[in-house]
Design a protein around this ligand. Structure first.
Ligand SMILES: NC(=O)c1ccc[n+]([C@@H]2O[C@H](COP(=O)([O-])OP(=O)(O)OC[C@H]3O[C@@H](n4cnc5c(N)ncnc54)[C@H](O)[C@@H]3O)[C@@H](O)[C@H]2O)c1
Ligand SMILES: [Zn+2]
Ligand SMILES: [Zn+2]
Length: 406
């Protein structure tokens, strides 16, 4: 094996498909690789030929220039692939397996991994707890929007699909197991959604839609999805959600029209720090704390708020100096007075991916349809990024090796 092709971040608004190295069982120096990770030996890794790899709203934060991501960073943390090589310490994963890779990289050996908190593994990222492929400040693990990608601690990290033919048949659904389906589901679980719940999901991007489907799977009575993007709201209605346009009137008023009362049991932030202010039409300005504050406002006392939406510690394009270091103007008094609970952070994908795989394989969870999954060739990645950034009601799935076209 010699070459590889991958999607790289080249500066604000620019991604390119580049020629790059075929993975080795050692972490080499490169854009964004933490010096303490350079030369790290990876006998526990597998190399995958990528079957499907999705573009995510998390990638867009970097591509919009809203993080400190370095030029040349190979992107991609939503990875499904076929094992083509296994390192000498890999015992159970076999060449030929089709596997889903949780976007969190975790070691399986540290205290947090042992407690199931794989989003904050202590051993893979010298910068801070928690890691991911192809992401700023995540240790420098090379991204998977590529023909080939390396996955460390493979026996621990990967989810093997039980049957190759069945997996390839449902691949547009199964590819969502690497991130957004577990992430949305985690948002619903941590918001306390159960049978008969009323739920408000802020954001009708892929994560919000996955959270809405997750809430339905958990038995919610009513799922209301809010956004400013009418195409995305129509996508939410296509599988039985109610919707509110947050640009057109207040959220409590609109919830009251749907539910009879201006509040919900559970709320989910699937927007994050690039949130637009509410009640100001479609061209509303950025207001990073707006979703957190409006969710505290509409969640019933004693309720819970799941926050998969991303908040950062460094944002060069923030609206003010405080927000540049991640400090937002949050009305915590409201949350305190109502005894609300909050769950933030990376979704620990491994906690949910096997169960959600079973739901997909047995036709209980039409996630690809819910998020309008659409396959495009790797070479079309720049178009996928641009259309997704412009608000397409589409989850773009890259097909670097022709498995999806076949
Ligand atoms: N916690 C995790 O593990 C995890 C995993 C994946 C993604 N994420 C994060 O989840 C968030 C959503 O991801 P995505 O791929 O769906 O992104 P996206 O950018 O496609 O979707 C965000 C949506 O929010 C809408 N929006 C903006 N302001 C709003 C407001 N005030 N109220 C309601 N909607 C508003 C936008 O119009 C957009 O449709 C991102 O911040 C992403 O980084 C977190
Ligand atoms: Zn993602
Ligand atoms: Zn660990």
């Amino acid at each position: 094996m010699s070459g590889n092709r991958a999607v790289a971040y080249q500066g604000p608004g620019v991604v390119e498909v580049i020629d790059t190295d075929y993975p080795a069982f050692e972490l080499k120096d490169g854009p964004g690789v933490n010096p303490a990770n350079v030369g790290r030996k990876l006998p526990h890794a597998v190399i995958l030929r990528t079957v499907a790899t999705n573009i995510c709203g998390s990638d867009q934060h970097m591509v919009r220039g809203r993080t400190t991501a370095p030029q040349g960073l190979v992107l991609g943390h939503e990875i499904t692939g076929e094992v083509v090589e296994a390192g000498p310490d890999v015992e159970f994963v076999k060449v030929g397996d089709i596997v889903s890779v949780p976007f969190n990289i975790s070691c399986g050996r540290c205290r947090n991994c042992k407690e199931g908190k794989t989003g904050i593994c202590l051993n893979v990222n010298p910068d801070r707890p928690g890691s991911a492929y192809g992401y700023v400040d995540m240790g420098g693990w090379v991204g998977g929007q590529a023909e080939y990608v390396l996955v460390p601690y493979a026996d621990w990290n990967v989810l093997q699909f039980p049957d190759r033919e069945q997996a390839l048949e449902k691949i547009l659904d199964l590819t969502m197991l690497s991130d957004i389906f577990p992430t949305g589901f985690h948002g619903a679980v941590t918001a306390g959604v159960g049978v008969g719940s009323t739920v408000y999901v802020a954001g009708a991007g892929p994560v919000g839609l996955a959270a809405a489907l997750g809430a339905q799977l958990l038995g919610a009575a009513v799922v209301v999805v809010g956004d400013l993007n009418e195409d995305r709201l129509a996508q939410a209605r296509s599988f039985g959600c109610e919707t509110v346009n947050v640009g057109a009137g207040t959220i409590p008023d609109q919830l009251e029209q749907i539910l009879g009362i201006p509040e919900v049991d559970s709320a989910i932030d699937a927007v994050g720090f690039e949130a637009r202010s509410e009640g100001h039409g479609a061209d509303a300005k950025e207001a990073p704390a707006t979703v957190l504050n409006s969710l505290m406002g509409v969640t019933a006392a004693g309720g819970a708020i799941g926050i998969p939406g991303l908040y950062v510690t460094g944002d060069p394009g923030a609206v003010d100096d405080a927000a540049k270091v991640g400090a937002l103007s949050i009305s915590l008094g409201t949350g305190w007075a109502k005894s609300l609970s909050f769950t933030t952070g990376q979704c620990p994908v491994m906690r949910y991916n096997r169960q959600l795989m079973m739901a997909i394989l047995h036709d209980r969870a039409p996630i690809a349809k819910a998020v309008n999954a659409t396959a495009i060739p790797l070479t079309d990645a720049p178009r996928g990024y641009a259309e997704f950034d412009a608000g397409a009601a589409t989850k773009y799935v890259l097909d670097p090796n022709g498995y999806l076209a076949a």
